[in-house]
Design a protein around this ligand. Structure first.
Ligand code: ADP
Length: 596
């Protein structure tokens, strides 16, 4: 991204604070004028004292005292004004930074919430990487805004003013000062170009470090149970080593260039001293001893921003790199979930999938030519080995992803024409591993319907066979849901679905983490609510499958069998294999003997 692009992208976030910017710019101008006062005062003071010394027969102390008092008053007065200006300038600049940072955060959150699922499973969008892109993007962009108003603008205004004053006093000195400036820019530009690659790889490594730490925390149980602490530590060490090497090499280059630039600056100062001294010596009109000091001090103001130039360049380069990643998120319009406008009064729940092909963004072809009819009022089970594409079917029916070809209709209307939020308002989704939010059990259940009363929460908990267990806890429904066991959390998720009371229910291995008694209870609840609803269940539990009204058997993304459980079993094939293997693994014969 170019500097121009960066500014154009930032503009909408700064414009709401026009008045703040206006005041800051006005203060900047006053501050820049103040910065020249020392040079002017010193010029006059040196000349006045010099004139005093040249007086025949000595000078009067009262004259000298008047000069000194005047200098002191001007310098101290200027300092008071300059301090006030700096205070307000910094305060307003910081205020702007904080406000812009808040707006950027809010914007990125609302964007992320609007993205479709494919965005989150795309390469480079892993949680840690996204987090790092967002954090660093916001920090770096809001710093750019702050730097611009607190550092860049004042320094450059002051430099321009100082140059004008130098020209006004003497064109030759002004020209020398002006000629040196491009040299600094040139060196800084080379430095920036050399270091750009390094900074980019540091940025990438930072992302990997964040992702790595996140992975460790997420998989800590597995790491510990396999005693793989050392392997994980070594993996992190390798990433950190790379990062350290890159950081050291960038720093080394940076110090080298800074040395070179300091040297150039000194050459500039020396040239100004030599030239002004020469002009004084040849008695050039308008040149006096005071002017030597005057020009040296003004030149310091000209070169001050240049001394900061590399830092500004670095910050700006960081901002350019981070801005790419950050605005990439904000502008990923193709990632926003599409929605239609179809919002029927009532949703029946008859799905038809015809010749659907679907490939994930990483190239995995998950479904091929899939045709399914899922009617209302029936339980449809999707059966197949892991990776057969069962969850993908549910993902497509809930509009989390869109098929590349084929059609999906709900109640006769193409799914793409449905208002996505309306559709999801009518769908209850229970997954094998459901997310439990940091909050109480009641809050977690109410997530399914924010308008539900406490009585509704209790009723849902009863349906999910959770009530008795919750009331036995010391804090009851106010207990933190994160403290519940895996099976209990699963019941919270099921209660969340009951409280939502949707006409369409997708259950993706809902009882996989439940014990036998709970599985039976939940099965009874699901059977009770299936009337008048569309239920799709994905399960490895043969007991649940044989109770379904119809089943579809998937194998490597294709529908290979369909019909009632009995019909399909009689056909033989994959379903019979899975069924028989399940019965054998359950030791069905022995169970029958024991029970008999
Ligand atoms: P099942 O539910 O039958 O176990 P899935 O529908 O989850 O199978 O997966 C079908 C195929 O799609 C698998 O090969 C799986 O690796 C792949 N897959 C599933 N989810 C994603 C995803 N988010 N990104 C890429 N590939 C995926």
């Amino acid at each position: 991204m170019s500097v121009f692009g960066l500014l154009r992208n930032l503009l909408p976030y700064v414009m709401p604070y026009r008045w703040l910017i206006g005041i800051t710019i006005a203060l900047t101008f006053v501050g820049s004028l103040m910065a020249q006062v020392n040079a002017v005062v010193l010029d006059r003071a040196v000349d006045a004292i010099n004139a005093l010394l040249q007086q025949e027969g000595g000078f009067l102390w009262s004259h000298a005292a008047r000069i000194l008092v005047t200098i002191s008053c001007i310098l101290l007065g200027k300092e008071v004004v300059a301090s006030l200006v700096t205070f307000f300038q910094r305060y307003f600049g910081e205020r702007l930074r904080i406000l812009v940072s808040r707006d950027l955060s809010l914007r990125v959150v609302s964007r992320i919430l609007s993205f479709r699922m494919a965005f989150f499973s795309a390469d480079g969008n892993e949680t840690g990487k996204l987090q790092s892109r967002i954090d660093r993007g916001i920090m770096s962009l809001s710093n750019t805004v702050n730097n611009f108003f607190i550092e860049i603008l004042p320094l450059f205004t002051s430099a321009v003013l100082a140059l004008i004053l130098m020209f006004a006093a003497n064109v030759y000195v002004g020209l020398v000062a002006l000629c040196i400036v491009p040299l600094y820019f040139w060196v800084t530009n080379i430095q920036a170009k050399r270091m750009k690659g390094g900074r980019r790889s540091i940025f990438a490594s930072h992302q990997s470090v964040s992702q790595g730490i996140l992975n460790i925390i997420e998989s800590i149980t597995v790491i510990k149970s396999f005693n793989r602490e050392q392997i994980e530590a070594d993996r992190q060490a390798a990433i950190q080593d790379g990062l350290t090497g890159q950081q050291l090499s960038t720093r080394r280059q940076s110090f080298m260039f800074n040395g070179l630039k300091s040297f150039l600056e000194q050459i500039g100062t020396v040239l100004i001293i030599i030239l002004t001294a020469y002009l004084v010596l040849i008695d050039y009109p308008g040149m006096s001893i005071g002017k030597i000091m005057y020009h040296v001090m003004l030149f310091a103001n000209v070169s001050a921003p240049i001394r900061q130039l590399h830092r500004i360049y670095d910050d700006l380069n960081d901002a350019l790199i981070y801005a790419e990643g950050f605005f990439g998120i904000l502008q990923a319009d193709n990632e926003v979930e599409d929605t239609g406008s179809y919002r029927p009064e009532s949703v029946r729940g008859d799905f038809v999938m015809q010749n659907v092909d679907f490939t994930y963004s990483n190239g995995t072809k998950a479904l091929t030519d899939v045709c399914l009819t899922i009617p209302n009022g029936k339980i449809t089970a999707l059966v197949g080995l892991s990776g057969a594409g069962k969850s993908t079917v549910v993902n497509l029916l809930d509009k989390f992803y869109h098929p590349q070809s084929g059609s999906i209709t709900l109640d006769g209307t193409s799914l793409s024409d449905w208002d996505t939020q309306w559709l999801r308002d009518h769908v209850g989704l229970v997954l094998q591993k459901n997310h439990i939010f940091d909050g109480t059990i009641e809050e977690n259940i109410r997530y399914g319907n924010p308008h539900a009363t406490h009585e509704d929460v209790i009723a849902a908990a009863r349906q999910a066979y959770l009530y008795d267990q919750v009331v036995a806890l010391p804090s009851g429904f106010q207990t933190s849901a994160l403290q519940l066991s895996g099976g209990q959390q699963q019941r919270v998720a099921i209660a969340r679905m009951f409280i939502k009371n949707p006409p369409i229910i997708f259950l993706d291995e809902p009882t996989a983490s439940l014990d036998a008694i709970a599985t039976e209870q939940i099965k009874a609840s699901i059977d009770a609510i299936k009337r008048g609803r569309t239920v799709i269940i994905i399960s490895h539990n043969i007991g649940q499958i044989i109770d379904a009204d119809q089943i579809y058997v998937l194998q490597q993304g294709r529908v290979v069998q369909s019909g009632t459980p009995d019909e399909v079993y009689r056909q033989g094939g994959v379903y019979k294999d899975i069924f028989d293997a399940s019965a054998r693994s359950m030791n069905a014969d022995k169970i029958a003997q024991t029970m008999g």
